[in-house]
Structures are given as C-alpha cells and as structure tokens.
Ligand binder design. Structure first.
Ligand SMILES: [Zn+2]
Length: 257
C-alpha cells in the first residue's frame, strides 16, 4: 500500500485531502527552507511552484506602482500558496515569508494534474479562496475604522492562529510596513501592549505572552473571524457534497464529509 510523507500532516491544506489525492501529490513534494522575503516575485515566475507551509508566516501583498507593497492577508500552515500567474487558484497578489520557516513545494504542472483529477482538491482550493477573500475584506474594514493599537493586537492574534507560533522575529519597521503606518506609531502601540503584559519585546523580536489579555486589547475583527471559521467548519461538516459516480457519471450524494 502506498504511503505518504508524514510531514504532509503538518500542512492542514494537504492533511484535509483524500488519501488518493495525497498519494498523487506525494512523489512530487520536496521540503525546502523559506527565508524571510522568499519566494521573491522572480523566483515565483521562474519556479512555477506551489508551496505548502509547515512553519513560518506569509504575507499576501499587492505591489503598487510607486514600489510600495500593501499587505492584504496572512497565510501559513493551513494554506496552499502559489504564484500570481496561477489565476485558476486565484490567490491575489504575491505571498512572501515575513517569518522564516519550512515548506513543502511541488511543481505547478504536477499540482495542476492533481487538480484536474481530484474533485476534493478543487473544493479545497475554492474553500481557500473564500477564506482569503474574507480575510482581505475583514482587513480592509479594520484598517479603515479601528485604531492602530487595536489593529496591532488583532494582527498579532491572527499571526498566532495562522502560524501556531507565539514568538516572531519582526522589527518595528517590518510591523509598520505590514500595518501601513509610520514606524514611530507602531513603536508606541507595541510599548502600550508590552506595558500591559500582553506581549514581550526585545530587539527585533516580539512574543505573545498573554493571549487572553491581547484579545482584550484587540478590536472585534479577530473574534468575528474566528466565529465565522467555526461556523464555516460546522457547515462544511453538515453539508452533503455531490460528486460524480465514477462508473455511471451520474451525480450522487457522498455523505459524512
Ligand atoms: Zn478591527
């Protein structure tokens, strides 16, 4: 019986796929180290690969005409990350690591072969698209209406959820770029959270030391998103998906998914 790499279970996008689909992807997956800032846009275009993060944190960013990048959403070990030219997977912008880590990587052509052959992989991509669109919408509303210190607390709570880590190598400059504000403003907001005991900071490093306290400083956006994810999961568990009968080609109901 074919086996798959045990490390596949550390990326929840891969872990949620059918065994057949995992076995189809497995021979083409390699583990790579991702440094901060990688993959850059050039390597995306050249390698034409899909990444499945195991650790670390990725920022989805939209490059603007003046050279600045706008941070749209955070991705991590629950996601598949691809180059911007794979519009069929519809990840907007470009994802780069803001926290270094390890990732599984597969060539684009092998991945697309699996997408064509496995309905559960297509559904998973659709689910991810909905999730990222919802994250981007939430971030836009939050950036427009909530104060910086609340946004910073919200961002850190997302970072914990999405990376399953509580220690981040991030300078105030990097945080300022991610939040789209001046570094001085981030320094003040970080100091406020550190004084409360919600986080601890040292040079270029930030640790979430009291998540409940951090939650009390954050706007409602993280809480709302977490509730919506729970509701989505409950809905997905209750829904009976339709799939094609491989012998007759007719639609049938697959229950228990
Ligand atoms: Zn908010």
């Amino acid at each position: 019986m074919p086996t798959v790499k045990p490390v596949m279970s550390q990326n929840l996008f891969l872990a949620g796929l059918s065994r057949d689909c995992q076995e189809a992807l497995d021979p083409h997956l390699e583990i790579i180290e991702i440094r901060k800032g990688q993959p850059d846009e050039r390597s995306y275009a050249q390698s034409e690969a899909i990444y499945f993060p195991l650790t670390g944190l990725f920022s989805v960013e939209m490059r603007l005409a003046d050279g600045f990048s706008a941070h749209l959403a955070l991705l991590g070990f629950r996601n598949a990350i691809c180059g911007k030219h794979l519009t069929d997977i519809a990840l907007p912008g470009h994802a780069r690591a803001v926290i270094a880590g390890y990732s599984l990587k597969i060539p684009k052509d092998k991945f697309l072969d699996a997408v064509a052959a496995h309905a559960d992989l297509q559904r998973r991509l659709q689910d991810q698209l909905i999730q990222i669109t919802s994250l981007i919408g939430l971030g836009s509303a939050c950036n427009l209406h909530h104060s910086l210190s609340k946004r910073l607390a919200r961002w850190l709570l997302f970072a914990v959820d999405i990376s399953a880590a509580k220690l981040f190598d991030l300078t105030h400059e990097e945080l300022a770029n991610l939040l789209g504000v001046r570094r001085e403003a981030v320094t003040e907001a970080v100091a406020r959270l550190a004084q409360s005991g919600a986080i601890e900071t040292s040079r270029g490093r930030l640790a979430v030391s009291d998540q409940a306290r951090l939650q009390s400083f954050a706007c409602e956006c993280h809480r709302n998103w977490a509730s919506s994810q729970t509701a989505l999961q409950a809905g997905a568990n209750a829904v009976k998906f339709r799939s094609a009968n491989p012998r007759t080609g007719e639609a049938m109901v697959a229950s228990g998914m």
